[in-house]
Design a protein around this ligand. Structure first.
Ligand SMILES: [Fe+2]
Length: 594
């Protein structure tokens, strides 16, 4: 998501390069970077991810203990000797019933990260894992394999998250997720890290400056920077707890490299920051080192590196993970528009034509074909899509953006690539009931949405054919509509209640233009629990409290956890939303070993 403050940061960047950057040294603070590394060999915690019926990836970083007179092998430093790391996966917390074990070497080549794809496991089973090196043991992590067994239907429940900006606030959403005992995995659909620094480009509440700062303190543009930024997140106690408690399925969006990226550039990649593709390659190297992500089989047709992949859950459903940054056509942009990334529609045939051009793509054509193929497969009721930017059309009334009389779209979303979207939704709508129904799970926009997916739409159009539904999670911490509107000239300095009221008014106006947006919350942060049964998919929204003047920003209070607020669902065969009573109750069954 982009915001007016991002525009401000872009403008300030040239000045910052000449002034503020001098005050904030390019080199990182070795003491701050070394703090987690000094907490022992496994100071960055443990993680697991990408569970299938018989495998799961386990992860850690093993920092070699510094010998006398040696510097600590901090992330990105290239320092430290290779060391052996033993790993164990067991069916019980005390490791009396081992399921798999082994030893690997780690070294500066992988930034001392360790990633093991553990295979030969049993389906729908809970496992425990740990690492050992040079006599030291890691914490014990809990993970589980997917319930993907022909002829069996198991419960399927996940936490949907996105947009965890470290300087944006405490990761209380992660802590609330870690405290639950009813989830199969966490699905993070992008912006796990942000590239911004602590200077003029700082992103988040001013109250956290000096309290919750980024490492490195400047924008991440190279391997050292991205490794340090990932390490910062792995050292966060709430992030660590959620990784320790559950496997994660993740995919990057733009901020794992730079804001509003496309195939060979990004809005936040400037002259002087080097070659964009070299920067992206370094960002991806750090991502693959530091995330429990399994790179899929590269023989499936794709462009560049294949990151998109599919998980299956018996006859209940599947989960296609999309990747929509690496190959996308450059966004349509219009200079002078107050909100970066947004473009006016219905005014200029050139802009409208570019947005609708079939020559422009969001996923590459090979990926779209692979996706459509999966969505047409029979034998599973639900086709879930782990997706970065919103599929549903969202027309923004100009009045809400300070430009009355105009209508805008966010051209970084599927709204900026309407030929691809029409192709996808037409395909979905054409599927017979036997092909099941699609549910898109999205992040990016830092607000909660539940939407029908109209095949064709125009402003205010109340009747439409819906191809499926989309649930959008709020950000973990990143600025949402409330914070963006609160930073505009009209509302800056106003009491929180006034800004909340203005946000809700803008949302009401947006819903009049877009009747398929059945639910929007643009104020709170948190996560969504997605619960899948043969009969329905339900989304429970868990939100931080609405800000008040007495407590304006729950993101800066580490004890304020998101709580349940609202549920919506889609019933099998309807391809539309309906209201739901929530929150969800106990699971219908538990994985083995629970
Ligand atoms: Fe984001």
């Amino acid at each position: 998501m982009t915001s007016p403050s991002l525009d401000r940061r872009t403008l300030l960047k040239g000045v910052a390069a000449a002034t503020a950057a001098l005050a904030v040294p390019r080199v990182f603070d070795p003491a701050a970077a070394a703090a987690p590394a000094s907490k022992g060999i496994f100071g960055y915690g443990i993680a697991s991810g990408d569970p299938t019926a018989d495998s799961v990836v386990i992860w850690t970083r093993a920092t070699p203990p510094a010998r006398p007179g040696e510097p600590v092998a901090t992330p990105g430093s290239g320092l430290g000797r290779p060391i052996p790391v033993r790993w164990q996966v067991a069916r019980d917390r005390r490791f009396t019933r081992l399921a798999a074990h082994g030893t690997v070497m780690t070294s500066p080549d992988s930034d001392h990260t360790v990633k093991v794809d553990v295979t030969g496991l049993d389906p729908y089973t809970r496992y425990y894992y740990r690492f050992q090196s040079l006599g030291e043991l890691s914490d014990v992590g809990r993970t589980q394999t997917a319930g993907d067994i022909a002829g069996e239907t198991h419960a399927l429940r996940m936490a949907l998250v996105s947009c965890s900006n470290y300087t944006g606030g405490y990761f209380t959403a992660y802590r609330a997720i870690a405290a639950r005992d009813d989830l199969d995995f966490v699905l993070h659909v992008g912006d796990y890290i942000y590239e911004y620094g602590n200077g003029a480009d700082r992103y988040g509440p001013a109250a956290l400056a000096g309290v919750r700062d980024s490492q490195p303190p400047t924008e991440t543009i190279d391997l050292l920077g991205y490794r340090l930024r990932h390490a910062l997140h792995k050292a966060d106690p709430d992030c660590r707890a959620a990784h320790q408690a559950l496997p994660w399925i993740t995919i990057f969006d733009d901020h794992e490299v730079a804001n509003n990226s496309w195939a060979d550039g990004a809005q936040n990649h400037q002259p002087g920051e080097g070659d964009y593709l070299a920067r992206r390659a370094q960002a991806m190297q750090a991502y693959l080192e530091w995330m429990p992500f399994r790179l899929p089989d590269q023989s499936v047709p794709h462009q560049g590196t294949r990151f998109f992949k599919r998980f299956t859950f018996g006859d209940l459903g599947d989960l296609s993970i999309l990747e929509t940054r690496q190959n996308r056509s450059r966004q349509v942009t219009v200079p002078g528009v107050p909100f970066d990334g947004f473009v006016p529609v219905g005014l200029s045939p050139a802009i409208d034509g570019a947005i609708a051009s079939p020559a422009r793509h969001l996923p590459e054509p090979e990926q779209l074909a692979w996706l459509k193929d999966g969505l047409a497969q029979r034998g599973r009721q639900w086709h879930l899509l782990g997706n970065q930017v919103m599929v549903a059309p969202v027309l923004y009334p100009g009045a809400a953006l300070g430009a009355p009389g105009y209508t805008f779209v966010n051209a970084d979303q599927w709204d900026g690539y309407t030929a691809d979207r029409t192709s996808l939704l037409t395909h979905l709508a054409a599927q017979p009931a036997a092909a099941g129904d699609a549910v898109v799970l999205t992040g990016d926009i830092h607000a909660s949405f539940s939407c029908d997916l109209p095949v064709t739409s125009s402003p205010g159009q109340a009747a439409y054919t819906s191809a499926g539904v989309e649930f959008v999670c709020p950000s973990v911490t990143s600025d949402g509509f409330y914070e963006v509107l609160g930073s505009t000239a009209q509302l800056k300095g106003q009491p929180a209640e006034v800004v909340v009221g203005a946000t809700r008014q803008a949302i009401g106006a947006a819903q009049q233009l877009n009747p398929w947006l059945r639910y929007i919350d643009g104020v709170s942060h948190g996560f969504v629990v997605i619960d899948v049964t043969p009969e329905r998919v339900q989304a429970d929204y868990h939100h931080t409290p609405v800000p008040t003047s007495a407590q304006p920003d729950p993101r800066i209070v580490p004890t304020v956890l998101p709580g349940y607020t609202r549920s919506l669902q889609t019933l099998a065969g309807t391809r539309r939303l309906s209201s739901a009573a929530g929150p969800v109750g106990p699971r219908s069954d538990e994985p083995r070993g629970s």
